[in-house]
Design a protein around this ligand. Structure first.
Ligand code: GLU
Length: 489
């Protein structure tokens, strides 16, 4: 990494979100990469809230950003953490910078309307045509301030990920730095704050790459030494489309609500564009920090693979102890997530099956469907499972299973042997014979190991559920018969 020489000023990176009401996974990745650099280099990570769009900002959105930091393991108490700073508090500094640029002659006022520019250029792509460059306009309400980009030469930026791209200055239009009402725009405010906060490295999303030559020109015009840049690859979905909040699930909060563990999320996000090497993927954050090299980040789009993330999550769940797993399941075992009431829930019963669930679920939210049969008075029958399991012969089998289970010693092994022999008597292997039993008792075809589940559920409730399933099968058989005879008449 192009780091300052020893003894010179230390690394200062920043994460500069605009509050939007949700925390995008791409922002989470940018945050983590910045944090990794700051931690590894003994530098500082600045959090700056870019809150100048007053119409869109809401105070609780800032709380959301701070909560996201915590969930990513970035403590505002950590000595490497600085801020949060608020861009809106720097307004005066932004305006002074705009004035300086005007007084130095590198910015000029412009009263062109968009329509007037279009009428002259006939083309939206070419941007501003420089009409007001030499008109010597002074400030007046409604006049925007534009930066005079050089006509010749090139702007070279040092980008650790993108091989130091070069931008011909003639392709850079004279861009606006302050609006007609005097308020500075993003390009300027962002640079002024970075200068004020003595940022040495700007690590941010690829979508800002086109802003970089303009921002670098601003740095130079304001007398600063531009930072080193690193533009992180865009995140794409399985169709290679840029992740979008309309199309894809992108908010960090929504992943946590579904039961992704923060540690799994952090691990996965660190791999979006970077790899620790040796084919290792699941690593503690500190280990990744020590191996992280921003120059090794790939510039091509990074696939945000939810399946892979889910597999990671399963691994992280497996790495918890059972009591930790039980604690992590907490939110899904109670209202509003749980479909059962507090009275129906029994922590001891949950503890009895927690080891079984712990080795199976990939998402914490899956826990409710796995254990609801233990707490609800009657199982929540999944129609598709019922139709698949309750084929011809199911009623006869269930009747015999019920009779055999009424007598069996209530231990998982014995219950298994019992259902196996009833199945054999019906010419069915265990796999087939246990399907109707499972659906009758748990409501679903897939779930925790059946016989351990029955042992925990107890004889009385198991038999009552088989009974209820038999009654329901008898009822639909009677209905079918009636329909058949009605049809024959
Ligand atoms: N507020 C900008 C954003 O959220 C920050 C861009 C930057 O990091 O420079 O996209």
């Amino acid at each position: 990494m192009t780091f300052p020489a020893p003894g010179s000023s230390p690394i200062r990176v920043r994460f500069a979100p605009s509050p939007t009401g949700m925390f995008h996974v791409g922002s989470a990745r940018s945050t983590l990469f910045n944090w990794a650099v700051a931690k590894q280099q003994g530098g500082t990570f600045v959090l700056r809230i870019e809150d100048t769009d007053a119409s869109r900002n809401q105070p609780e959105w800032v709380d959301g950003i701070l909560a996201a930091m915590e969930s990513l393991g970035i403590s505002t108490e950590d000595p490497a953490f600085e801020g949060p700073y608020f861009q809106s508090k720097n307004l005066e500094l932004h305006q002074q910078a705009a004035m300086r640029l005007f007084q130095a002659g590198v910015a000029y006022y412009c009263d062109c309307t968009r329509d007037a520019v279009m009428a002259r250029t006939g083309n939206q792509q070419t941007g501003y045509d420089g009409f007001c460059r030499d008109r010597g306009l002074e400030y007046a309400e409604g006049r925007a301030l534009r930066f005079r980009t050089p006509d010749e030469g090139e702007t070279h930026v040092v980008d650790l990920i993108r091989g130091n791209p070069t931008f011909p200055n003639k392709t850079l239009e004279d861009f606006v730095i302050a609006r007609g009402n005097g308020t500075p725009v993003f390009l300027l405010a962002n640079v002024v704050d970075d200068m004020d906060e003595r940022i040495t490295h700007v690590i941010r999303g690829e979508e800002h790459l086109p802003n970089t030559p303009k921002q670098q020109l601003l740095w130079e015009a304001l007398g600063g030494t531009p930072p080193v840049w690193a533009h992180l690859p865009v995140l794409v979905n399985e169709k290679r489309q840029k992740l979008s909040k309309r199309r894809d699930k992108v908010s960090l909060e929504s992943f946590f609500e579904e039961g992704y563990l923060p540690a799994a999320m952090v691990n996965y996000l660190m791999l979006l564009g970077w790899a620790p090497g040796n084919d290792e993927e699941i690593l503690p954050f500190d280990e990744m920090v020590s191996r992280f090299r921003i120059e090794d980040v790939n510039s091509s789009p990074a696939f945000f693979d939810v399946k892979k993330l889910t597999a990671f999550n399963g691994e992280y769940i497996r790495a918890l102890s059972v009591p930790e797993f039980t604690e992590a399941c907490g939110p899904w075992l109670h209202a509003p997530h749980a479909p059962w009431t507090e009275e129906q829930f029994d922590a001891k019963v949950f503890d009895a099956v927690a080891p079984l669930a712990h080795s199976r679920v990939a998402l914490l939210s899956e826990i409710t469907n796995n254990v609801d049969f233990l707490f609800l008075d009657a199982p929540a029958i999944d129609e598709d499972s019922w139709n698949k399991a309750m084929k011809a012969g199911a009623a006869e089998l269930l009747a015999d299973v019920r009779a055999a289970l009424a007598e069996a010693t209530w231990e998982a092994e014995v219950l298994k042997d019992t259902v196996t022999s009833v199945g054999e008597a019906h010419g069915m292997k265990l796999g087939k014979a246990q399907a109707p039993v499972r659906v009758a008792v748990t409501g679903r075809r897939i779930g925790l190991p059946l016989f351990e589940s029955l042992e925990v559920l107890g004889r009385e409730r198991t038999l009552a559920r088989i009974e209820a399933a038999l009654a329901s099968l008898a009822e639909s058989a009677a209905r079918t018969d009636a329909e058949v005879s009605a049809g024959a008449e």
